[in-house]
Design a protein around this ligand. Sequence first.
Ligand code: AMP
Ligand code: ZN
Ligand code: ZN
Length: 390
Amino acid sequence: MQVRRRNPDRTVDVPGPRTVGELLDHLDVNPTTVLVIHDGQLVTSGHTLPDDAAVEIRPVISGGAGPMRCFVCREPAVIEEPRHRSAWCGPHFLDHVHGQVRKAIDAPRGTAWSDDDGHGRRMFSYGDRILVAVSGGKDSLALWRVLLEMGYAVDGLYVGLGIGGYSDRSGSICRDFAERYAAPRGRRLITVDLADTYGYTTPTGSRASDRPACSVCGLSKRYVFNKVAVDEGYDVMVTGHNLDDEAATLLGNMTRWHDHFLARQRPLLPATGTNQVRKAKPLYRLSEREMAAYCVIAGIDYVVEECPLVDGNTGHEHKEALNLLERNSPGAKAQFLFGFLDRAEAIAPAPDDAGDTVGTCASCGMPTTSEICAFCRQRERILKTLPVSG
Ligand code: AMP
Ligand code: ZN
Ligand code: ZN
């Protein structure tokens, strides 16, 4: 059959017979956005069109024709986001991301704790000294740029994990970014190399302690983030965890009912006890895809490849499961995470342990609930087995 489509006017040949519904499906047209006209009559989805039919599919949504347009300025859009039922041109998409980050900073969900350190429930303020952990990936570099653009006093911290060429590229991308965006604003990049400072790398530490690379890496990073922030006098440590990261972690913690982790899953965690800084995740409202788009539009060079040590890690399965849900009902991922955060104090209350149960490590002075902290214990185990280099 000859099918006439409009805006722009064109004719496509589709074999028949088939019903109107099947035809629209075949052409990937949403039935609620068009009228179908056969022999001058309107026809509905069950109507069968013979092979020799001449049919017109006429769009009915004004402004819906042609290229999608930015919902702010009506210029052609470069990205659409079904979750927000919006599309944006480049500059207005950058504004959208900034707006979501601003919302996260000003009113983070799940922070019912009353504040006694003078910060309010904001993640941080203009007077705070902020340290952002940058990995060379899209999220953390974009976050550093957003915060600098907003005028926050934010330095970067890169931890060299010794994962071969992958770490080499990550480090050099962070240094280039720092030179281009941070240095002109008087901000700096701090670099800590695990091997130089602590005597092991992620791969050597994983082999020596017979622990998965991701667990050695995660514990080391969390420790170094807090230690550097404390030693250098920062008020808050921020990371680039995004909506997909947080929703996937939540799903993982819920399927296994890790109550302890659920109680600590918040975009803003206060400092509890000595030698601890507050932690914030200002990207928790933005998806992975939005952050990648931000980097492309803003011209940020980032490491696209995945860490070579990650394999079969369950975080990825949880992301895939959530993406499946999101595909059929846009917004599902955000509803899942935000819904949890809005109820978090009722279903997984944050431990009321400020200062009491948290002591300091006898070896390094960082916070711990045992005598020697998990990091020092892990490091000792690693160094005992590692051949002494020299
Ligand atoms: P990941 O655990 O790799 O998903 O990273 C989560 C966040 O941790 C990133 O967005 C960064 O803020 C931070 N991060 C990860 N790797 C590093 C690194 N090597 N150095 C500094 N920060 C990092
Ligand atoms: Zn626009
Ligand atoms: Zn320690």
